[in-house]
Design a protein around this ligand. Structure first.
Ligand code: MG
Ligand code: MG
Length: 244
């Protein structure tokens, strides 16, 4: 099946990039004097190059949207109906600099604009989240489900807002809800579709909801997302409305 093949390829690419991140992660103290920004830029770019080279070799006709490529171009390509790989080669860059282990590679594939394959890999904690549309979500190969929590006051929520950091990686926040560690997450104004392309699918396939914080339908390109387990969506939208 094509989708299973895409998933296997995405996992390979994520693991190779994860190897680069892991090596640099433990080296940061030795190279601190060279300047952290350079180091991060180097690692981010090296990972995106590696992932895109890997994918382009196998799928030369596919489209590609990457955080670093978009940054270099100064714009993000529009999402088309063609198969499109949407990649954040290193989500959680500040965490990476500080040696805080919430860092990951995020690789999503949309087909007809619909998220179809998602891989989020944290190489430090060795956690691989995967999903194929309609086939469920997995953590290191075991099926995951969102939490059974149905009371908002007891829910554990995560967000990234302004400079107040929680986990520092939206992709991992969504996976946290997907596997029931968290109940809710939301973020407005994050970097781009690469932060959510894989995580949104993983969360949906684990039984959760992904939506616009206003309650409208989720738009991959809008830089606005909210996610919940299978129970709290309506209460959460109401609470977000009250808060704004
Ligand atoms: Mg990034
Ligand atoms: Mg990011």
């Amino acid at each position: 099946m094509a989708e299973e093949q895409f998933l296997a390829v995405a996992v390979d690419a994520a693991k190779s990039a994860g190897e680069i991140i892991r090596k640099s992660f433990y080296l940061t103290k030795n190279v601190e004097h060279k300047g952290q920004v350079d180091l991060v830029t180097e690692t981010d770019k090296a990972c995106e190059d590696l992932i895109f080279n890997h994918l382009r070799m196998l799928y030369p006709d596919h489209k590609f949207i990457g955080e670093e490529t978009s940054a270099a171009l100064g714009s993000t390509d529009d999402l088309t109906y063609d198969p499109t790989w949407i990649v954040d080669p290193l989500d959680g860059t500040t965490n990476f600099v500080h040696g805080f282990p919430f860092v990951c590679v995020s690789i999503g594939l949309t087909i007809g604009k619909i998220p179809t394959v998602g891989v989020v890999y944290n190489p430090i904690m060795n956690e691989l989240f995967t999903a194929v549309r309609g086939k469920g979500a997995f953590l290191n190969g075991s099926p995951i489900r969102t939490s059974p929590q149905n009371e908002l006051v007891k829910a554990l929520m995560v967000t990234e807002i302004r400079s107040i950091r929680m986990c520092g990686s939206l992709a991992l926040n969504m996976c946290g809800v997907a596997c029931g560690r968290l109940d809710l997450c939301y973020e407005i104004g994050f970097g781009g579709p690469w932060d959510v392309a894989a995580g949104a699918l993983i969360l949906k396939e684990a039984g959760g909801f992904v939506f616009d914080p206003s309650g409208d339908e989720f738009d991959l390109m809008a830089q606005r997302m909210a996610g919940s387990n299978g129970h709290l969506k309506d209460q959460f939208i109401e609470a977000l409305g009250d808060a704004s």
